[in-house]
Write a protein of this length. Structure first.
Length: 131
């Protein structure tokens, strides 16, 4: 039936999503955690899902606040570590674009170097527009 097909599709999507996640342990104040749980319950989600969203937003915010030199160095470092972890999990991917020369691809993760390339391009476009 359609609902069984949809349920199976959801399981596959969840497994794929989980393959790209990494668990870690964090601590917070009791009042922060209870509010986090209340917010998660209000929006019918889990604490883990909510923390994942918050973490991603916070990491992006911190990344964009870095100097250009730090963005370049840390992007390279984080992407290489991501590639190692994905390799250990048996996950391979091929990336096109994302800071690579046109027409080239790589099996290395380019998540952060892609952001870095977009930042450089935006700065270049701004200079051209101001000229």
């Amino acid at each position: 039936t359609l609902s069984s097909s949809s349920a199976a599709s959801d399981v596959y999507k969840r497994q794929e999503h989980e393959a790209f996640n990494m668990k870690f342990t964090a601590a917070g104040s009791i009042s922060d955690i209870t509010m986090l749980d209340a917010i998660a319950a209000r929006f019918n989600t889990t604490r883990s899902a909510l923390v994942s969203e918050i973490l991603h937003g916070s990491v992006l915010e911190m990344y964009f606040a870095l100097s250009l030199k730090d963005k370049e160095a840390l992007s390279y470092s984080a992407d290489l570590e991501t590639t190692k972890i994905l390799d250990k999990k048996g996950i391979s991917q091929e990336t096109f674009g994302s800071g690579l020369p046109q027409g080239e691809s790589t099996t290395d993760d380019m998540s952060w170097r892609g952001y870095y390339a977009a930042i450089l391009k935006a700065e270049e476009d701004k200079k051209d527009a101001d000229a």
